[in-house]
Design a protein around this ligand. Sequence first.
Ligand code: NAP
Ligand code: ZN
Ligand code: ZN
Length: 349
Amino acid sequence: MSQVKAYGAKEKDADLKEMTIQRRDTQAKDVKIKITYCGVCHSDIHTVQNDWGNAKYPVVPGHEIIGEVLEVGSDVTNFKKGDLVGVGCMVDSCRECTPCKDDLEQFCEKGMVGTYNGKDKHLGGHTFGGYSEEITVDEHFVLSIPDNLDTKAVAPLLCAGITTFSPLHHWGVKEGMKVGVVGLGGLGHMGIKFSHAMGAETVMITTSKEKSEDAKRLGADSVLISKDDDAMKDHRGTFDFILNTVPVSHDINPYIQLLGVDGTMCMVGAIEPLPDVHGGNLIMGRKTVAGSLIGGIKETQEMLDFCGENNIVSDVEMIDINTINTAYQRVKDSDVKYRFVIDMKSLRS
Ligand code: NAP
Ligand code: ZN
Ligand code: ZN
């Protein structure tokens, strides 16, 4: 076991502060990673605030991890010392159930082990995430990073990237389709980039008029302001697919009305009860409201390779770890362009 420096919250709503955590010794299938960058996901904030009612303290968040391999176990075949690697939202699953065998570890019947706040079978207690100097992970859950991309801007792909790529991929987004992405934050800006790269007509649906120019620069063909009732009416019945990244409960009826016949809206943001859905909005047009959770390890690697081929990374604002609490407030204020990434050098110095 080794002790490493980390940043975490000791209790609900507490500011994040420096602390010390334990990491296990490298097992046969393990990869020990020196963390160089870690993205800041809104889920980190939800967990620190215990918004989902299942947080375990201290919480050391962080599941958009980039790093360098320090050491590998005797049975590791895919990685070696010095490799550039990534770790996303999961660090383990049973590997035996049907979803695991189908490369959908996120839906493991025994429950996938989250990178933070998961059950730690090695040390007991719960897992600690990427706001730390090092992490040790079974090689099955370690990703290879394309070497042509800006490393610090790759970090957010490990959660924001796969969470948006997977549903767009699953619902077959392609040229000829009209796709809406709701919410221009960490997830939303990746959704725009992927939808555009997949060839769809892409519309940014936002509450923030001032983000319009950015939305177009990121790949949106047009921008729809969701607070503008007339504009929302003009777009009614025209979308094939909508990816909804809004992080809080909200009335989804106005967005369902945007869908055309057989259209689907996939929810990835609000992991909580939603207000009533009017059945008529679904029945008229045979519409579907669906959901999606991150993506399996195989698909995450496919997403990273797709990003390598298409030169896609996240738009990041780099921060030092000691400004994390201010960054959290800015995310809550929808004031992030478009993902904070922590330079982990700032934790070491
Ligand atoms: P984020 O960076 O805070 O972006 C969310 C965006 O949604 C905001 O920038 C804002 O965009 C819009 N928004 C915020 N409050 C809103 C409201 N009340 N009504 C309408 N729009 C609102 O968050 P994120 O990191 O992208 O994460 C989004 C959500 O996805 C979080 O809840 C996170 O926990 C969840 N998540 C889910 C998965 C999954 O696997 N399903 C994975 C990762 C994260 P505009 O200014 O453009 O309106
Ligand atoms: Zn996340
Ligand atoms: Zn399983």
